[in-house]
Design a binder for this molecule. Structure first.
Ligand code: HEC
Length: 161
């Protein structure tokens, strides 16, 4: 019985993930040019992670065929990129078109912790099988979203401020 319920959840998951992923990167397409090269590099880092995560979500949603070697490459990209977050944000740099909140540098310890948590989630990705992805990708996405919630401005903030 319990396995049936979780199976039903798993079926809904890919659609949900596609939706969440759209939210994670919604601002990227509309992004205005960024002049500061340090800010540019940290946004590029984020775009790299989004691309890797999109590959995994596309496999889960059946938009591309599951391919273990591609999935493993995406996992490696995510481990590397999440591992670089700390370094890319360490210096308090701002740009008019950046979505980073200054709170990052007021609560640097917490920001670091969330970056470390994202790296743990990337390491925890199981990319050998489709079931592994279904089991572990949500935790990865949760780590992205939880940091954005606190440290990244949403489009609405931009309209209303
Ligand atoms: C420790 C915090 C943190 C984590 C973890 C994190 N991000 Fe980000 N992300 C940010 C911040 C801050 C920005 C805004 C950077 C800027 O505009 O200067 C951002 C920006 C982005 C952007 C660009 C959108 C925009 O604002 O223009 C994308 C896409 C993105 N992140 C994807 C991801 C994905 C995918 C993950 C998970 C694999 C992730 N992020 C994990 C903090 C984080």
């Amino acid at each position: 019985m319990t396995s049936l319920i979780s199976l039903r959840h798993l079926r809904l998951l890919p659609a949900l993930l596609v939706l969440i992923l759209a939210l994670v990167g919604a601002q990227l397409d509309a992004a205005a040019p960024i002049a500061d090269k340090h800010v540019k590099r940290r946004v590029e880092l984020m775009a790299t992670q989004k691309a890797a995560l999109t590959t995994l979500a596309d496999m889960m949603a059946g938009r591309i065929v599951f391919d273990a070697s591609k999935a493993k490459a995406a996992r490696r990209t995510l481990i590397k990129s999440t591992g670089d977050i700390r370094k890319r944000f360490k210096k308090p740099r701002m740009d008019p078109n950046s979505h980073a909140r200054p709170l990052i540098w007021q609560q640097w310890r917490d920001f670091e912790t969330r970056a470390a948590r994202a790296k743990d989630a990337a390491k925890g990705l199981s990319a050998h099988t489709m079931n592994g992805l279904l089991r572990t990708v949500p935790n990865m996405m949760q780590a992205c979203l939880s940091c954005h919630e606190t440290y990244r401005d949403t489009p609405n903030d931009f309209i209303t401020h």
